[in-house]
Design a protein around this ligand. Structure first.
Ligand code: ZN
Length: 70
């Protein structure tokens, strides 16, 4: 389970889902979608730059093979 804010590591307040427009570019097998689940704390969920940071972090973690996708 994910139990920390993806961005800062604080106790999470919400769980969110990131569903890329181009799943293949995110490692999905051809024709299948890909969805990433992550958590945000109350501070980070309200920040305007959070979606951009989430995308960068997921990309980085995907490259490192440490994030799990459904
Ligand atoms: Zn946070």
């Amino acid at each position: 389970m994910i139990d920390r804010c993806l961005i800062c590591g604080n106790t999470p307040a919400v769980m969110a889902i990131f569903a890329p427009d181009d799943p293949v570019a995110w490692g999905a097998p051809g024709g299948k979608g890909r969805v990433f689940r992550y958590c945000l704390c109350s501070n980070c969920k309200g920040r305007s730059d959070t979606p951009e940071r989430v995308e960068k972090i997921i990309r980085a973690e995907l490259a490192g093979g440490v994030i799990h996708a459904d």
